[in-house]
Design a protein around this ligand. Structure first.
Ligand code: GDP
Length: 313
């Protein structure tokens, strides 16, 4: 079993308004500052400002920040209950979840569904008590509420030992000690690197990419977003796309991307554990696997048709 110590993949779970956008924005800005390479740092920050100017949503579905030579992929989760396994599929791309909770408001029912799924899939949680600068913030009580919620949702013993980071996304700081003033977001990034498991698997076996999300772009059209589950994929590689109905199709990966800041950047290759985007495959669908031609092994498609809305509250 190989391990990618230079990658972490997390999903962020947050109730609307609890500060997800502000927090991720701060991580992006500060990871640019922490970076040794000034030129790259400037580029990340410039593009961020540009994005802001254009009025585009700051937090896209996929974001990546570099910290201490580790790429942290941050995947957004739908903030609502779903049908058909959308949440499960997104969670399959990650090894841990960051649960963001407002230090004043506490846990909100709308995040229960996604959290329950994450715990059920055995994902490692990292709890961020956010907006600790708010007057009336009650971080200790909110941690207790999170613990109660985890127990209620059937968290296992490991998950109940969840690490906690206290943060003010707005103030741009985080700390693991609620009594201590933070100065920057490093304690949160350190906690992600320390607590969230690095991707594990087979780095040298035949390539296998599971697509869990679809995006669109005016220039390149349909984009499949997924995780390399085995081996390596290359730009220009011929692969076999396994459709959900059991049929297969020989296709070529004409554009391969990874995420950097808020953007997709073209890359020549990606390896086990990387979250990638692929364009140029017209009829690519969610839940499909691209395989090296010498080993056509589709991964199971997660389809859950239970009536999930009743589980929200
Ligand atoms: P999202 O809906 O979770 O993405 O939340 P936003 O990041 O858009 O923030 C929602 C509101 O909370 C905005 O008015 C922010 O200015 C405010 N906010 C975000 N982070 C903090 C924080 O750390 N402290 C305080 N006091 N307010 C914050």
């Amino acid at each position: 079993m190989d391990q990618r110590t230079d990658v972490r993949n997390i999903a962020i779970i947050a109730h609307v308004d609890h500060g997800k956008t502000t927090l991720v924005d701060q991580l992006l800005r500060q990871s640019g500052i922490f970076r040794a390479n000034e030129a790259v740092a400037e580029r990340v920050m410039d593009s961020n400002d540009l994005e802001r100017e254009r009025g585009i949503t700051i937090l896209s579905k996929n974001t990546a920040v570099m910290y201490n030579d580790v790429k942290v992929n941050i995947v957004d989760t739908p903030g609502h209950a779903d049908f058909g396994g959308e949440v499960e599929r997104i969670l399959m791309m990650v090894d841990g979840v960051l649960l963001l909770v407002d230090a004043f408001e506490g846990c909100m029912p709308q995040t229960r569904f996604v959290l329950k799924k994450a715990l059920g899939l055995g994902k490692k949680p990292l709890v961020v008590i956010n907006k600790v600068d708010r007057p009336g913030a009650r971080p200790a009580e909110v941690v207790d509420e999170v613990l109660d919620l985890f127990i209620e949702l059937g968290a296992d013993e490991d998950q109940l030992e969840f690490p906690v980071v206290y943060a003010s996304g707005k103030g741009g700081y985080a700390t693991v000690d609620p009594g201590e003033e933070g100065t920057d977001m490093k304690p949160l990034l350190d906690a992600i690197l320390r607590e969230i498991p690095a991707p594990k698997g087979d780095l040298t076996g035949p390539a296998q990419v599971l697509f869990s999300n679809i995006d669109y772009d005016d220039y390149v059209g349909r984009i499949g977003i997924g995780r390399v589950e085995r081996g390596e994929v290359h730009n220009g590689q011929n692969v076999v796309l396994c459709h959900r109905d059991g049929t297969t199709k020989n296709v070529k990966i004409t554009k391969l991307y990874q995420f950097e800041g808020l953007h997709r950047v073209e890359v020549e290759e990606a390896r086990l554990g990387d979250i990638v985007a692929v364009s140029g495959i017209a009829d690519l669908n969610i839940g499909e696997t691209a395989c090296a031609p010498e080993c056509v092994e589709p991964l199971p498609f997660v389809q859950i048709d239970e009536p999930t809305v009743s589980m929200m509250f």
